[in-house]
Design a protein around this ligand. Sequence first.
Ligand SMILES: Nc1ncnc2c1ncn2[C@@H]1O[C@H](COP(=O)(O)OP(=O)(O)OP(=O)(O)O)[C@@H](O)[C@H]1O
Ligand SMILES: [Mg+2]
Length: 211
Amino acid sequence: MMYDAEYFLRFVKIFAEYLAENREYLTQLDAAIGDGDHGINMDRGAKAALERLKSANPTTPGAVMRTVGMAMLSSVGGAAGPLYGTVFMRMSISFGGKEKVDDRELVSALEQALLGIKNLGKAEVGDKTMVDVWEPVVKFLKENIENGGTLPEMCEELISLAEERMKATIPLRARKGRASYLGERSIGHQDPGATSSYYFFKSLCEAIGGR
Ligand SMILES: Nc1ncnc2c1ncn2[C@@H]1O[C@H](COP(=O)(O)OP(=O)(O)OP(=O)(O)O)[C@@H](O)[C@H]1O
Ligand SMILES: [Mg+2]
């Protein structure tokens, strides 16, 4: 399949809907192990992104992602602002000026986004962060794309994998961000950034059908 600017606009819209619907939930998760702002931060960022998209009217995948990245960087704040800002900016750079990207290019952009997250936050799998969802999902996509798979075919498994990895952050002890200050007390709570990352991948899949 080919993914054009319309696809990425649908993706951003769906992601923004999940963040708005789950604003309180994400905030509760962050209140348990952080400062209770993740839902508010992400919802504000997504709304700012939708506003900017309306006025900028980008026509390529790269331009859509850059517009969103800039909005996230300037309006989300905290740890998630730069981390999600990096995700969208890295994907934009990876797409360049192409009118459409294929499955391989999409997966390669996601791989760049993961590298950006890790470069910035220095978290590894098991630290109870968004990396706990991103790394296994990107690995799964890479392996399958190399064997001729396409995103639409992988989506069902991809969504269950993301959900499983998100839930697997519950028993972990946080080693990065504000949650790490809690030490043992961070155990037993699901990581907010891993949860928003689950919505990110779910949205990527749902944008294929149009939701
Ligand atoms: N170093 C890091 N690497 C990757 N992800 C991180 C890192 N630090 C925090 N996160 C992710 O960011 C989420 C918290 O985002 P939030 O919007 O609440 O920002 P914040 O309150 O500034 O974060 P924090 O207090 O964790 O630094 C965490 O749940 C985690 O998934
Ligand atoms: Mg927070």
